[in-house]
Design a protein around this ligand. Structure first.
Ligand code: BGC
Length: 741
């Protein structure tokens, strides 16, 4: 009894108010340093580590608190989001460190989604590059700029599989496919975090979000309920998250959505059983913005105290902006509703991150104004952004008008996206500045001088067609028309679901008007998602999907249009013909009625007003050269447990110029104890071939690559017959088969 009473008094005397915590030297193992620090912390101080607030800038939801300085000084805040810039982060850090008893540094977090000042193409676009090394490099650069601006932590990568382009956040992910999505998740985590040592203060913590199946929102409406079976969750939506864990991702963010009736922020199944239990995740989980508080509106808790209890016990560690953990957790621990060991685990995981980042040695380690000045928008970063943007563009149609002919050409550039510096940056523009962005108009002006004529045409919204006449006149006076149409930055990203994916506003009418000029038309689509092209495609002689290509989008797309770069992007999603086909994805089931049994049979799985096929298949993209595939060989007709099957194919560049091809491997499991997808992506290689060059490309396949969640919810492959398909997209024709024994 005596010692229980005396201990806190002695602790208080030994530390004193404003005294620094006794922190073990860096030579001690991080776990020991954490334990030693936790032993000096009160319950309230531990809870403080779990609280994250936003500054008033860049908010995506309502901010509750007015001034949080007193909370910072009482050790009641562990992390801030939306405090950016070396000077600003230093100022906040000073308040937290110098004002509080234990002087524990803050973590500064921000949405560095596709760059900080130098903005790379939106994530969906860079996924279209299928270029893992360059995607990783882009995140390395994003981390480098963000780190110089005082940031420790990005809320990226978003690894949500998205099969519904009505959902605006499809722009932020890597598309529809779990295999491609997993490979890209690993690359992005490596890019942000490096080897995870944070030795040079140029890497930052990554965050895999939004756990989980947030992209499966019903009807494509953001924040809406998701209803997926555990098997679909595990087969489709979870693999990229697991890949992020395997790559060492430091943090996770729970989704806004509820699955099977449980909001993700309080899901013991997701946070405890799968993430920690099955995957062995050692980092910490932050809620999405106010998602603990939103459980009130989900109708799953009666008050914030219950929200704090449920979410924290489920495994959520940090409360972003709900004011649920801060006011309630300490009392819940004292009442014995929450074991202190759980509090130690959560606070310990957050402190671990701070130790790993070196913040106890120097809390201002990342806030370096000199580095910030020299690194933001560095020419090397701009060059990498340009390179990735051109590798992300997907050529969807070409009647031979592209690449554009030489410099004497008279080019009419028309449309609302041609000269829209911030729209071409797309969603989550971080610290992009209008004046740094090079538009398509600026880039083509450089190339064609007075041969380039520009007309705005119309906006992406409204019904004002007064610009049509000038646009048509410009087209008439030129040899070729480039129509830069699509979405502005506010039409995709968070909370931008659409029920129509047609070109918005008067854009289709503009295209029709331009057609009357009788000149070849190149449709340069710039958007955060696929737009429905059935009425549009016949009007265009070529279609280039440029996405929202970022700061250097103009020169990058000019490189592709002129052939300075031969397009190599391939779709990371199936491009539907119409909204009515959505959700659309290549790895669908066959059904019992995939095709008519006999001529004229109407009773098969179909629409009476549209083919089942997409406008463009997953993996599709054209080049200015052509490729041919042959000599598909398997190393054996049989694959045995513990064995590896080698699949070899010869790919030849049959055209007249050097080009890159994304060689794709698909597998079909012919008969399963459960129905299996018609095809699943199991490998890809991006290779460059000179004109006339041919090369053998090899893939290795083991039984583990054929695994799925079986009827009894065990994970593994089933013996039987498999088909492999190798080719340029999900309709690859070249096929062979083997037996798994
Ligand atoms: C988004 C997250 C983001 C967070 C913080 C939320 O509205 O869903 O993706 O990281 O805001 O800005």
């Amino acid at each position: 009894m005596f010692s229980r009473l005396l201990a806190p008094v002695l602790l208080f005397l030994s530390l004193g108010f404003g005294a620094r915590a006794d922190v073990l030297p860096p030579s001690a193992p991080v776990e020991e340093r954490v334990r030693h620090l936790l032993a000096q912390m009160t319950v309230e101080e531990k809870v403080g580590q779990l609280v994250q607030y936003s500054s008033r800038d860049d908010m995506t939801g309502p901010a509750e608190q007015s001034s949080i300085t007193p909370q910072l000084q009482s050790g009641g805040v562990g992390s801030m989001l939306n405090v950016v810039g070396a000077a600003e982060t230093r100022r906040w850090q000073k308040i937290a460190v110098e004002g509080s008893r234990l002087r524990i540094p803050l973590l500064f977090a921000y949405d560095v989604i596709h760059g900080y000042r130098t903005i790379f193409p939106i994530p969906l676009a860079s996924a279209a590059s299928w270029d893992l090394a360059r995607i990783e490099e882009a995140e390395r650069i994003a981390a480098r700029e963000a780190a110089a601006a005082g940031l420790h932590w990005t809320f990226a990568p978003m690894v949500d599989i998205a099969r519904d382009p009505r959902w605006g956040r499809i722009a932020e992910g890597a598309g529809e496919d779990p295999f491609l999505g997993s490979a890209i998740a690993r690359a992005r985590v490596r890019g942000f975090q490096g080897d995870g040592s944070f030795a040079d203060a140029e890497r930052i913590l990554a965050c895999a979000k939004h756990f989980a199946a947030y992209g499966a929102a019903q009807a494509g409406r953001d924040y809406f309920t998701t209803d997926v079976t555990e098997r679909v969750l595990r087969d489709v939506y979870l693999p990229p998250f697991q890949a992020a864990v395997d790559a060492g991702v430091a943090t996770f963010m729970s989704g806004f959505n509820d699955i099977d009736g449980t909001p993700c922020s309080a899901s013991p199944f997701l946070l405890d059983r799968v993430l920690r239990g099955e995957w062995g995740f050692k980092g910490f989980v932050v809620s999405d913005w106010a998602s603990v508080g939103e459980m009130l509106l989900h109708g799953n808790i009666a008050d914030l105290r219950e929200g704090a209890l449920k979410a924290f016990l489920a495994g959520l560690d940090m409360d972003m902006q709900s004011d649920a953990f801060g006011p309630h957790l300490a009392a819940l621990v004292r009442e014995g509703r929450i074991p202190e060991s759980r509090l130690d685990a959560a606070a310990g995981a957050i402190l671990t991150a701070k130790f790993r980042l070196g913040l106890f040695e120097d809390p201002h380690r990342y806030s370096d104004e000199t580095r910030e000045k020299t690194l933001l928008g560095h020419p090397d970063h701009l060059a990498a952004a340009r390179d990735l943007a051109r590798r992300s563009a997907v050529l969807l149609k070409n009647n031979g008008v592209l690449p554009l002919a030489g410099s004497g050409l008279k080019v009419a550039l028309v449309g609302p996206l041609a000269d829209a510096p911030l729209s071409q940056v797309g969603t989550w523009r971080a610290r992009a500045r209008k004046e740094d962005t090079v538009t398509v108009r600026a880039a083509l002006r450089q190339l064609y001088g007075d041969g380039l004529r520009y007309a705005f045409g119309c906006d992406v919204r409204g019904d004002d067609t007064t610009g049509f006449a000038a646009a048509v006149e410009t087209a008439q006076a030129s040899d070729i028309v480039i129509a830069a149409l699509g979405e502005d930055a506010s039409q995709s990203g968070e909370s931008t679901s659409r029920t129509s994916l047609d070109l918005s506003g008067p854009q289709l009418a503009l295209l029709r008007a331009l057609k009357t000029a009788g000149k070849p038309i190149v449709l340069l689509l710039m958007a955060g998602r696929p737009l429905m092209l059935e009425p549009v495609a016949p009007l265009a002689d070529a279609i280039l999907m440029g996405w929202h290509p970022g700061t250097m989008g103009g020169p990058a797309l000019a490189d592709v249009l002129t052939g300075a770069y031969n397009p190599s992007g391939r779709l990371p999603l199936s491009w539907p013909r119409s909204v009515g086909q959505i959700p659309y994805f290549h790895a669908h089931k066959n059904t019992g009625r995939p095709a008519p049994l006999r001529e004229g049979d109407p009773y098969y799985s179909r629409y009476i007003d549209s083919p089942n096929t997409p406008q463009f298949p997953f993996g599709f993209g054209l080049s200015y050269t052509t490729f041919a595939y042959d000599q598909l060989r398997l190393s054996s007709p049989v694959l045995r447990d513990g064995g590896v099957l080698t699949i070899t194919v010869r790919v030849a560049n049959t055209g007249a110029r050097t080009g890159e091809e994304v060689v794709q491997l698909y597998v079909r499991d012919r008969v399963g104890t459960l129905t299996r997808p018609v095809r699943e992506l199991k490998g890809f290689r991006k290779i460059e071939l000179a004109a006339g060059e041919a090369r053998e490309v090899e893939f290795a396949l083991g039984p583990a690559d054929l695994a799925f969640w079986r009827g009894d919810m065990t994970f593994g492959a089933e013996p039987g017959d498999f088909d492999v398909f190798v080719g340029p997209d999900a309709t690859a024709k070249l096929t062979a088969s083997f037996r798994l024994e």
